[in-house]
Design a protein around this ligand. Structure first.
Ligand SMILES: Nc1ncnc2c1ncn2[C@@H]1O[C@H](COP(=O)(O)OP(=O)(O)OP(=O)(O)O)[C@@H](O)[C@H]1O
Ligand SMILES: [Mg+2]
Length: 236
């Protein structure tokens, strides 16, 4: 079964008199336990695709199914509920709450999703430990490195146990080694917890650790082989 299915999705933005077609008849399916990397030039529609998949905005035409439910006809309220209950988001800027510790950041998200006190705390701690962050759980974000903050953001997304995770350039602020590490972690967690990940990335190296890769250009989406992306990795 696919957790996310886009069928002939087109998105146009109004730009003054003109209309920009950011996505042009995109078909895409995300399976149950996979990490899919989405690559492509700047302005090619990657974030647009992610926000439509994440019910943050609506497609101009086409259909979007999340966990088997077609969301086209959903009200704003239903979309909000879907985002809260079914979809985890990871952004380039980690968006951690500065006043809360690593543990509390994860726990807070779980509480928003209906997990109660002790249970939320245990679950949050469990995921932080899976990410090798158990010993940093009680630190405030400002005392964590960029890579550590990003792992807290990843823990927060996975802890909520939704149907899928959407990540927009989660490795953008990390060096190559950390970017690869994070992508491998995403893949391991995705398999362990059976939550698939769709991840936008500019990092050709770390994208090699995704299960499948897609290339988006001028709003057109097509699969691309790992070898073909590997050829684009700058040498030296
Ligand atoms: N809210 C908006 N209103 C008008 N045009 C937009 C809007 N958002 C994006 N666009 C345009 O749609 C196209 C795709 O933008 P998008 O942000 O999806 O690209 P991207 O692939 O994520 O780029 P980047 O790699 O730079 O993040 C671009 O031409 C952009 O200018
Ligand atoms: Mg973008």
């Amino acid at each position: 079964m696919s957790v996310l299915k886009l069928t002939s999705v087109t998105k146009e933005y109004a730009l003054g008199e003109r209309r920009v077609r950011a996505l042009d008849a995109v078909d895409f399916e995300l399976g149950e336990r996979e990490v899919v990397g989405l690559l492509g030039p700047s302005g090619s529609g990657k974030t647009t695709l992610l926000t439509i998949a994440g019910a943050l905005q609506r497609a101009t035409s086409g259909t979007v199914e999340v966990a088997g439910r077609e969301i086209q006809g959903y009200s704003e309220r239903q979309l909000g509920k879907l985002r809260r209950n079914n979809i985890g988001f990871i952004f380039q800027s980690y968006n951690l709450l500065a006043a809360l510790t690593a543990l509390e950041n994860v726990q807070y998200m779980l509480e928003l999703k209906g997990f109660r006190g002790k249970h939320a705390k245990e679950r949050a701690m469990g995921i932080l430990e899976m990410l090798g962050m158990g010993h940093r759980a009680n630190e405030l974000p400002k005392r964590l490195s960029g890579g550590e903050q990003q792992r807290v953001a990843v823990a927060r997304a996975f802890a909520s146990g939704g149907d899928l995770i959407l990540a927009d350039e989660p490795t953008a602020n990390l060096d190559h080694e950390r970017a690869i590490e994070l992508t491998k972690l995403l893949r391991a967690l995705s398999r362990d917890l059976a939550i698939p990940v769709l991840m936008v990335t500019h990092d050709f190296r770390s994208s090699q650790f995704a299960d499948r890769l897609f290339w988006l250009e001028d709003g057109h989406l097509k699969p691309i082989a790992h070898e073909d992306v590997a050829k684009m990795i700058p040498t030296g």
